[in-house]
Design a protein around this ligand. Structure first.
Ligand code: ACO
Length: 332
């Protein structure tokens, strides 16, 4: 790769279920109320996976759009990475199922599991592969069908999550636009704050695990909230410092959409104006690994991204994991 080549987003797309679950619907299911949900989370409604559909189906739909925009066909893909915590099944990987749907026979394929941080992690991993001349085009998809793993009797979690998928095709470009820097991190001491206890090798499925709702998301919301507000600032400051830039240089901030209060706390601390912040949590809730690519795809569709714009993305999630990416928008 030549010195000046940067890894660019060549195409982007997203796919969402058409089924909508709004706050009034939730009032019928669990002991909650619309006012509480809006005040504490900012969420008005979320999309819910249709019956018969799975994570790989929405990955495929988002991927097709990203590939069309990138003008890249399936045979041109060298690698497919699917970031998800809600794979179609434990194995094979969802990435292999997507490869089959796309007929991308020349592409290697694997899943990456980093909770809501998965897409940001996958961007960084793909960037490293694209340093090698053996790789030209990489499909990165972030997708989660959270509703399949939410306990709709637990009001502390069921109001938060929604389903969706977002995809990008990455390739090298020669201009100034593209990824400037990515950062990854993890703190396994926080693993217990967000997890699904059963269904893996520690606690295989049994009648007991099903009866005890152990195949659904368990969360300590207060701990995640504290972690999120701190880590968003840490990652942002590190990314900007590494490029000699500051918060005032940012054209669009695309944070993980977990809670409107977390986003507002972060932009207040960083002094980022609301109009330079991408927010769509009110429509979709927390879509986990799909959150950032869907927000980015919508920002582009809404005309909020121009070539050369400085974009800051920061995510956090189960693990606990965190990651961020700084890029100049645009492709050549
Ligand atoms: N409806 C009504 N009342 C509720 C609900 C609900 N849905 N949920 C909780 N309450 C009640 C509680 O029982 C409590 O009542 P009490 O005071 O009588 O005991 C009260 O509301 C306050 O509860 P808290 O949990 O303290 O509420 P908080 O303001 O912390 O908000 C929330 C909870 C929204 C979960 C918040 O902590 C949060 O968003 N945390 C971050 C979660 C997150 O980002 N998760 C995703 C991480 S990314 C990933 O990898 C998936």
């Amino acid at each position: 790769m030549e010195q000046t080549a940067k890894v660019q987003i060549k195409g982007i797309g997203h796919a969402l279920p058409s089924r909508v679950l709004n706050n009034q619907d939730l009032e019928q299911i669990v002991d909650t109320n619309e006012q509480w949900i809006i005040e504490r989370t900012g969420i008005l409604e979320r999309r819910i996976c249709e019956p018969g559909m799975a994570t790989s189906d929405y990955c495929y739909l988002a991927a097709i759009k990203a590939m069309e925009q990138a003008r890249v066909s399936a045979v041109d893909l060298d690698l497919i990475i699917v970031a998800t915590s809600s794979p179609d099944m434990l194995f094979p990987s969802t990435a292999c199922l997507v490869q089959e749907r796309l007929e991308a026979w020349g592409a290697a394929a694997f899943d990456l599991e980093a909770g809501c941080t998965g897409f940001a992690y996958a961007l960084s991993v793909a960037e490293k592969y694209l340093l090698s001349p053996d790789y030209h085009h990489i499909l990165v998809v972030g997708s989660d069908m959270c509703s399949r793993f939410v306990d709709y009797t637990d009001r502390g979690t069921c109001i938060l999550f929604g389903d969706g998928a977002g995809a990008v095709v990455l390739g090298r470009g020669m201009g100034d636009n593209g990824l400037i820097k990515t950062i990854l991190g993890a703190d396994g001491r926080g693993a217990k704050f967000l997890y699904m206890p059963a269904g893996g090798s520690a606690l295989p499925p049994s009648h007991e695990t099903v009866d005890k709702h152990m195949h659904s998301i368990q969360m300590n919301g207060t701990e995640i909230f504290k972690f999120a507000t701190g880590i968003i600032m840490d990652v942002s400051v590190k990314l900007l410092a590494s490029a000699g830039l500051s918060f005032s240089d940012i054209d669009l901030f695309v944070p993980h959409q977990a809670n409107l209060r977390i986003i507002k706390t972060a932009i207040k601390r960083a002094n980022i104006p609301l109009e330079k912040t991408m927010i769509n949590i009110q429509k979709y809730g927390n879509m986990s690994a799909a959150s950032i690519p869907v927000a980015l795809a919508e920002a582009e569709m809404e005309g909020r991204l121009r070539a050369g714009d400085l974009v800051l993305m920061v995510a956090f999630g189960a693990g606990l994991t965190y990651a961020g990416a700084l890029l100049r928008w645009g492709r050549d």
